[in-house]
Design a protein around this ligand. Structure first.
Ligand SMILES: Nc1ncnc2c1ncn2[C@@H]1O[C@H](COP(=O)(O)OP(=O)(O)OP(=O)(O)O)[C@@H](O)[C@H]1O
Length: 291
């Protein structure tokens, strides 16, 4: 009790700032690893640390305590190595967050109606690609700039139409391999190489039939805030990936509903709670996610 009173007596605005910064760091780390495999690892590490601390403080085990104290600094060094992919992705996202595309993204009603037209073209193309069993990977840029991936493909800068997408993904044509990247109402580039997912989600899928196209869709959704739409060449089924999650076997109506949900007009006010609401997955996305 005395210690508590002592602490509160010394508490000033600098202590509050100190606590706020520490909380901010923890909040940032948790936000980065949220919904990733690192979260499971982090939970395991925390459990281990708590168990070991209890064991060494409750029971007198000098040799074991010495061993833990010697190993602990090494473990701290191991963290950046273990979490390297998450840290890299987090820093990439942080870097992209400052880009003009992220700041001015989908600000007006006009943009929303442009996106609606684009979405209808994508949905119509996917329905036809699916019926023909032509494989396709379509990436829709949102806030994060996809320039680094656009550079890996063939520049098109052509208005999105179902016919153009059907032509791009026509088998054995020069542009069919890789992804088509859509920026607003334009196909910015085709035959783009996207990042592959490193997570084990696809290996754990019931069919285990998904290969590189789906892995690239998931990888893109992990590394950026873009939406990836995949049409399977083998089955013709349509899937969508966002935020490291994938929903599969979509029909045209559901695909359109989900895509539209991502392009609702932004709220007029901008508070912290609005930010959380905007970054939450839309309801349709929560029901049948593959994890
Ligand atoms: N890194 C990548 N970025 C973009 N597209 C890629 C990438 N890697 C592979 N692809 C595309 O995926 C195709 C191979 O797909 P694969 O058959 O391995 O995937 P899949 O997920 O099983 O899809 P499908 O069900 O259509 O067969 C390649 O021909 C290429 O077009």
């Amino acid at each position: 009790m005395n210690e508590l009173t002592f602490i509160f007596q010394r508490f000033n605005w600098l202590s509050a700032l100190d606590l706020f910064l520490v909380t901010l760091v923890f909040f940032g780390v948790l936000l980065l690893v949220r919904d990733t495999q690192a979260m499971v690892l982090l939970r395991g590490v925390l459990l281990l640390v708590v168990a070991l601390s209890l064991l060494t403080s409750l029971v007198s085990l000098p040799a074991f305590s010495w061993l833990i104290q010697t190993i602990a600094p090494t473990l701290v060094l191991a963290i950046p190595v273990i979490f390297a992919p998450e840290i890299r992705r987090g820093l990439e996202r942080l870097g992209r967050a400052g880009s003009p595309a992220a700041i001015f993204w989908q600000q007006s009603e006009k943009d929303v109606s442009t996106m609606r037209e684009t979405i209808q073209a994508v949905v119509s193309a996917c329905a036809r690609l699916s019926a023909r069993q032509h494989g396709a990977l379509i990436i829709l840029q949102r806030g994060d700039s996809l320039q680094e991936y656009i550079r890996t493909g063939v520049r098109l800068n052509a208005k999105v139409t179902p016919e153009l997408l059907l032509q791009i993904f026509y088998p054995n044509t020069p542009l069919h391999d890789g992804a088509a990247i859509i920026v607003r109402d334009q196909v910015a580039a085709a035959a783009c190489v996207m990042p592959l997912s490193a997570s084990g989600i696809l290996n754990r899928s019931p069919e285990r039939q998904m290969g590189l196209r789906h892995r690239a869709a998931l990888g893109t959704s992990e590394a950026t805030d873009a939406i990836a739409v995949v049409v399977s060449e083998e089955t013709g089924s349509i899937s969508i990936a966002h935020g490291g999650r994938m929903i599969r076997r979509l029909d045209s109506e559901r695909l359109e509903n989900i895509l539209m949900a991502f392009y609702q007009p932004p709220p007029k006010t901008s508070s912290l709670s609005d930010w959380f609401r905007r970054n939450r997955k839309p309801p349709a996305f929560r029901e049948d996610i593959e994890r």
